[in-house]
Every structure is written in structure tokens, then in C-alpha cells.
Design a protein around this ligand. Structure first.
Ligand SMILES: Cc1ncc(COP(=O)(O)O)c(C=O)c1O
Length: 374
């Protein structure tokens, strides 16, 4: 099976982890010149932001960002529903109310016009998600936020290295959040990063990840233990040396897959909309042929040895937790359509030319086999 994503781990990762184990210093808490500090330095340089603060997961990055901005009970946060649940769960965790908006079907990211319609006097923040690696339309979102004095937290968990108008995503809003889960562009096993250009916000995130302490045992804020272990950062340091190569290979594979799939009737291929650079965390297509069932197509492709995967079959607002909290009547037509019709294909950097050809062939064969006879 060609998996949907697969981390590339080699000698440098092993060497770095061994260095940490041999040093006996496993936590970034006390190591000024350790792997966490090095990982942060490499990541902020790559992103072009003043600060990068490493945390224990992408979820912790989002949660810490909301806490750093002081978002809490009585506040509303605008989020897409077509995303991984963590984007929305963190809003509930801080006691604020997620307000769901619909997506643009070309990019699967939040529609800026819907964002404008959802603004109220209670809106405190907007969380655009750069889903699958395609940047959300940041210019109108940022303009709407600036007009109203609202914060923007980018969920760039799937979009390391993606660009919007020449700027890497994550560095466009007040805060940007990344995940290093093994299916992401680079991995640390589990891990996350918050990036920002704001001195005070960076300092607050740093305190929040470490029990709210400023100095040693000087608790200023209510924080957590969201520190990234040195062993994880050691993997991240090695991965950062390869990130440009990973992105170039994903880009090459995506372009070849587009060329091979050509124009298949009823299958909408992903593309870069506007002045953006996709990170191609997945190659996500949409089935427009209503006579075919998406799940049948996906299971046939999988039988042919290609790990086609559905992200996300249920929009967050329709999951049991959110229904219980009163979101069942929210209408998001594009979100609902996407959740029923998209599926993702692999374009990860360890794939060969032959692998990409196998993916295209499996898709074509499955669609042909399932097409109703005339
Ligand atoms: C869009 C999105 N947001 C947030 C997260 C949460 O990241 P993590 O799994 O590292 O907590 C993920 C990761 O799966 C994600 O894809």
C-alpha cells in the first residue's frame, strides 16, 4: 500500500536523538543551547517570523494562542467546520463560542465573505485553516479583522512552507500554529510550534507552555505543561534541514499526478488559487459524478494498493459533541458537500515516479470499474 503520508527519518534524526540521550538532558526547560532552542531558531528562520515557540502538539499551539490573546467566556471565535476537530475544540476549552462559517469549494478554506457576515460585537478572533496545505484567502480575512480590531490565529498545521502572496503562511496573522504529527510536512513524532512577530505574545506563549512561569517558580499566568521534549526537537532539527527538499518533491509529485489524471469527467482536481504556493500535504480531489458513491471509489482505490483517505467525512459542527451543544441547525452547504465528496491521495516525498503513476492508474481504474454502464 502506498500510504497517504509517511515520514522520512534517517541517520541525522538518529544521530540527533542519540546526542540528546547521551547528554542526559531530556527537557527543553533547562537547556538554553539545546535542541528545542535550535529547532525554534531554524523554524523561525524558515518561516521569516521573529519568534517560534515549540510546544507539545499542534492542539497545544492553538490552545496556547487563544490563551495568550485572552480569549475566554463571552467571546466568539470564527472557525471553519471543514477541518480537524482540534481547530474548534480549543475554542470550547477556553470557554468561548465557536462560530462556524462555510468554505470556498475551490480551496476548501474559509470563505472571507462568510467571515464578514459572521462578525459580531463578541467576535474576538478568527482561525483560518490552510487545509490540505492550500492557503486560506488571508488578505480579505486580515482586512476584516483589522477593521474590527480582531485577532487572527492561522491554523497552519498542514501547511509548513505554503505561501500567500509571497509570504509563508503562519506568519501572516497575529499568531500561526503548526503540527509535527507524523502525517505532516515534517515530523517530531508529536509536537507543535507557535510563530509570531509580536514580542508580548511570544513571551506569553512561552510562559503558558511552562506553567505560566516567567522566571523559575515565578507564576504569572495560569499555564500548562506543553513543553516539547528534547528528543522530539532533535528529530525536528534534522527534519528542518530537509524541509525545502520535501516540499519540492511534494510539488513535483502533485504536478505529475495532475498531468496523469488530466481531465476526468466528474473529478475535480486541486489547484493553486491566486498568488499562492500549496504545501501539498495531501492531494485532495472531489467527486462530482453523483452516480458514484465516494466511499465505494475510495475503498476500490485502497484495494488497488493506494492509501486514499477521507479527511473529513463529518463536519465538526455535525459531530455528536457539537450537536449536543446546539449546532445541529447550522447550515453550511459547501462544507456538507465537501465532506460527502472529497478524498485525498498521497504525494509524499518518498514516492517515486512509478508510485505516482500507480496512484493515477488506481484512480482511473476505480472510476471506470464503478461507472454505471450506459
Ligand atoms: C488542521 C489541523 N489543526 C490542528 C491539528 C492538531 O495538531 P496535533 O495533532 O499535532 O495536535 C491538526 C493535526 O492533525 C490539523 O490537521
Amino acid at each position: 500500500m502506498i500510504p497517504i503520508n509517511m515520514p522520512i527519518l534517517g541517520g541525522e534524526e538518529e544521530e540527533n536523538v542519540l546526542k540528546v540521550l547521551r547528554s542526559g538532558n531530556l527537557t527543553g526547560r533547562v537547556s538554553e543551547g539545546g535542541m528545542v532552542a535550535e529547532f525554534e531558531k531554524l523554524f523561525s528562520k524558515f518561516l521569516g517570523t521573529k519568534y517560534a515557540v515549540a510546544v507539545s502538539s499542534g492542539t497545544a499551539a492553538l490552545h496556547a494562542s487563544l490563551l495568550a490573546l485572552g480569549v475566554g467566556p463571552g467571546d466568539e471565535v470564527i472557525v471553519p467546520s471543514f477541518t480537524f476537530s482540534a481547530t474548534c475544540n480549543v475554542v470550547l476549552h477556553v470557554g468561548a463560542r465557536p462560530v462556524f462559517v462555510d468554505i470556498d469549494l475551490d480551496t476548501y478554506t474559509m470563505n472571507p465573505n462568510e467571515v464578514k457576515k459572521a462578525l459580531t460585537s463578541k467576535t474576538k478572533a478568527i482561525i483560518p485553516v490552510h487545509l490540505y496545505g492550500h492557503p486560506a484567502d488571508m488578505k480579505p480575512i486580515k482586512e476584516a479583522a483589522e477593521e474590527e480590531g480582531i485577532y487572527v490565529i492561522e491554523d497552519a498545521a498542514q501547511a509548513h512552507g505554503a505561501e500567500y502572496s509571497g509570504v509563508k503562511v503562519g506568519g501572516i496573522g497575529h499568531l500561526g500554529c503548526f503540527s509535527f504529527y507524523p502525517t505532516k510536512i515534517i515530523t517530531t513524532g508529536e509536537g507543535g510550534m507557535v510563530v509570531t512577530n509580536d514580542d508580548e505574545l511570544a513571551e506569553r506563549v512561552r510562559m503558558i507552555r511552562n506553567q505560566g512561569e516567567k522566571g523559575n517558580y515565578e507564576t504569572i499566568l495560569l499555564g500548562h505543561n506543553w513543553r516539547l521534549p528534547e528528543t522530539n526537537a532533535a528529530i525536528g532539527v534534522a527534519q528542518m534541514k530537509k524541509i525545502d527538499e520535501f516540499l519540492a518533491k511534494r510539488r513535483r509529485n502533485a504536478a505529475y499526478l495532475t498531468e496523469l489524471l488530466g481531465s476526468i469527467n466528474g473529478l475535480v482536481l486541486p489547484f493553486e488559487k491566486g498568488a499562492v504556493r500549496h504545501a501539498w500535504n495531501t492531494y485532495t480531489v472531489r467527486l462530482e459524478n453523483r452516480r458514484l458513491k465516494r466511499d465505494d471509489v475510495v475503498s476500490l482505490i485502497r484495494k488497488l494498493g493506494v492509501g486514499a483517505t477521507v479527511y473529513y467525512p463529518v463536519p465538526v459542527h455535525q459531530t455528536p459533541l457539537y450537536k449536543e451543544r446546539g449546532y445541529s441547525n447550522v447550515l453550511l452547504p459547501n462544507t456538507e458537500l465537501a465532506s460527502k465528496t472529497v478524498f485525498s491521495l498521497p504525494v509524499h516525498p518518498s514516492m517515486t515516479k512509478e508510485d505516482v503513476e500507480a496512484v493515477a492508474l488506481a484512480v482511473k481504474r476505480s472510476l471506470d470499474a464503478l461507472a454505471p454502464s450506459p
